[in-house]
Design a binder for this molecule. Structure first.
Ligand SMILES: Nc1ncnc2c1ncn2[C@@H]1O[C@H](COP(=O)(O)OP(=O)(O)OP(=O)(O)O)[C@@H](O)[C@H]1O
Ligand SMILES: [Mg+2]
Length: 414
């Protein structure tokens, strides 16, 4: 379900945005617009949809328009052109009263520069959103205390923001946003002032929270590793223009342009890509429990190995050679379901880094099995290799032929 829909939004800052809108519509870029008209292009014709329960990350260099974009969502900024729909409702059509309620209940924001009230204690800051929702003091303080603890600031409730470090203030801002229990969280560089350890703890906490509460989270960051770690979707902005929207795997394996490629070049792909994105359908499934029959079929079809499936459940892999030896032994052959070797499998959702040792250790493509024990696909070592190489490769393109490789290399060299 789409929660936020941005439709052809353009934002121009300056004296007469509407007068220069036509120039922008005709394609004038940010630099030229500033030079010729003195107007700053904040966003240019942005369209995107954000789904319920998603962590939607917005990335881009400083000045690319990230803050400008999310400030449109709760109408801190009005677009020069285009529309923003939240739950299907055009935010521009909200009355002042509706807008107030909307900001109070529907969305809460963690600002880039904390936005704490200096004359209020940490506890009062965190409880603020609840106070304006009219929640009684005792109750709102109880809720605020819980969130203060959740962000690791227990004991600081009665201090003032100025007594805290930048990272601690940022956590107060986060606790305040979470305490309001809004469906949508707008987080503008919410973790950037945190040191690495607490930052990665907060990232985990956010993902956990989102899974539990199914909030929709719009998260701005400069840090690609952070984006890849927490994002379900990532949008990359450059000079107010959307370069690409995609899942972390899509961004990594199919960067849309040189700007995105430059972003993803140094990423540790093995830690980000999961086996699901690289696996291929198994070439051959065996569904009989009868060894002789399986062996005959392998002979007939010319397969050297196959994946044994019993009632939709993966039982293991067998090679033709082993089967032939087993069948040649005197007496009745054992059950193929029991005989199949299930020692090397990878569970879906694991990263290539986790899968790599198994892949290297296995002399057939490694089966990828889901939590229900069903075979979802297999992992070929050469596919893993090419997914880990920084060259853009097209996942859906099976003929990753030499010419396309050569072009990719040529591009890199030039
Ligand atoms: N109130 C404003 N008045 C004039 N120009 C503005 C205003 N707000 C933003 N801009 C311009 O819009 C562009 C986008 O700014 P924005 O703050 O959205 O960038 P950002 O991607 O959030 O950058 P950062 O990572 O540094 O926070 C910049 O060129 C900026 O100068
Ligand atoms: Mg910003």
């Amino acid at each position: 379900m789409t929660v936020i829909s941005v439709k052809n939004v353009t934002k121009i800052f300056g004296k007469n945005p509407n007068q220069v809108l036509d120039l922008v519509k005709k394609g004038m870029g940010k630099e030229q617009l500033l030079k010729e008209t003195g107007h700053t292009l904040g966003l240019h014709n942005i369209s995107l949809d954000i789904k319920k329960g998603e962590i939607f990350v917005i990335m881009g260099l400083s000045g690319s328009g990230k803050s400008t974009l999310i400030r449109h969502f709760n109408r801190l900024i009005d677009p020069t052109d285009g529309q923003i729909l939240v739950d299907g409702k055009n935010v521009l059509s909200l009355s002042i009263k509706e807008l107030e309620a909307f900001r109070r209940k529907k969305m809460s924001m963690v600002f880039q520069r904390f936005g704490l009230m200096p004359h209020r204690t940490v506890l009062q800051n965190v409880a603020y959103g609840l106070e304006i929702q009219g929640i009684p003091k005792l109750e709102r303080h109880k809720i605020a205390e819980e969130w203060i603890e959740a962000v690791g600031l227990q004991g600081y409730g009665h201090q003032y923001p100025s007594q805290l470090s930048g990272g601690m203030q940022q956590r107060v801002g986060l606790a305040r946003a979470l305490a309001t229990n809004a469906d949508i969280l707008l987080m503008d560089e919410a973790f950037s002032a945190l040191d690495p350890l607490i930052r990665s703890q907060m990232q985990d906490q956010l993902v956990e929270l989102q899974e539990k509460l199914q909030k929709t989270i719009i998260f701005i960051t400069h840090d690609l590793d952070e984006a890849l770690r927490i994002g379900d979707k990532i949008a990359i902005l450059k000079d107010g223009v959307l370069s690409q929207i995609g899942t972390p795997a899509e961004i990594l394996t199919n960067p849309a342009d040189d700007y995105v490629s430059a972003f993803v070049r140094d990423v540790n792909r093995a830690r980000v890509l999961t086996v699901d994105t690289v696996m291929k359908p198994p070439h051959y499934r065996i569904t009989t429990d009868n060894m002789e029959r399986a062996l005959a079929e392998m002979h007939r079809k010319g397969h050297d190995y196959g994946y044994v499936i019993e009632d939709d459940e993966y039982r293991g892999v067998v090679t033709r050679e082993d089967l032939a030896q087993e069948v040649a032994k005197p007496g009745k052959s054992p059950s193929l379901f029991d005989y199949a070797d299930d020692s090397s499998t990878i569970v879906t959702g694991h990263t290539l880094e986790e899968a790599l040792p198994v892949t290297l250790d296995c002399d057939h493509p490694v089966p990828v099995v889901n939590d229900e024990g069903q075979l979802e696909g297999v992992l070929h070592p050469e596919e893993v290799g090419s997914a880990l190489s920084p060259e853009p490769t097209n996942q859906d393109d099976d003929n990753d032929t030499l010419p396309s490789r050569a072009v990719a290399l040529e591009k890199k060299a030039s």
